[in-house]
Write a protein that binds this ligand. Structure first.
Ligand code: AR6
Length: 175
């Protein structure tokens, strides 16, 4: 049975086994939560990302997929990098956003993580409306928790930066 919860905070300070990074296809860093994770975790994370680019992902990590690296100096054991879609009204990319959550949870379970923290993927620079992002996040995590083998995973925590994001996730969890 997996517990799913939402808290307000800075994800880089979480004491969980795996922290999910809302990265971009390059895997080579950026702003937002990605910048914060690389700053707090130190250069070893970027070193492993560069290695991944020169081996498994020469063209970058495809949107909706996930890959793990060390967490460097963070308290966590792994950073799981995933790439959410850029929001657009012209197409429905919600399947890709769901995939980013699904693949991250699967990877956390494969790694043997007991706890994993997620930011609100795609809901910053990538422009996804927060309420919808929260609904997709919660629905997907619940679905995976119910239908798939999750190994030792017992806690999924959404760590939200601002009060509006926290409210959106609390409402999605209550729904
Ligand atoms: N802890 C928790 N949440 C945070 C933190 C933090 N330390 N910092 C920001 N957020 P974003 P995206 C929130 O833009 O939309 C990067 O440049 C933020 O308020 O980080 O998936 C990447 O390299 C928002 O609610 O991710 C990509 O190029 C949420 O995290 C691009 O941004 C996600 O915002 C990805 O955009």
């Amino acid at each position: 049975m997996i517990r799913i919860e939402a808290v307000r905070g800075d994800i880089t300070r979480e004491r969980v086994d795996a922290i999910v990074n809302a990265a971009n296809n390059s895997l080579l860093g950026g702003g937002g939560v990605d910048g914060a994770i690389h700053r707090a975790g130190g250069p070893r994370i970027l070193e492993e990302c560069r290695l991944l680019r020169s081996t498994r992902y020469p063209d970058g990590l495809p949107t909706g997929e996930a890959v793990a690296t060390t967490a460097g100096r963070l308290q966590a054991r792994w950073v799981i990098h995933t790439v959410g879609p850029v929001y657009t009204r012209d197409a429905d990319r919600s399947g890709l956003l769901a995939s980013a959550y699904r693949r991250s949870i699967r990877l956390a379970a494969e790694l043997g993580a007991r706890s994993v923290a997620f930011p609100a993927i795609s809901a910053g620079v990538y422009g996804w409306p927060m309420d919808d992002a929260a609904r997709i996040a919660v629905t997907t995590v619940r679905e995976v928790a119910e239908k798939e083998p999750v190994g030792t995973l017992e806690l999924v925590r959404f760590v939200l930066f601002g009060p509006a994001a926290l409210t959106a996730f609390e409402e999605a969890l209550a729904g």
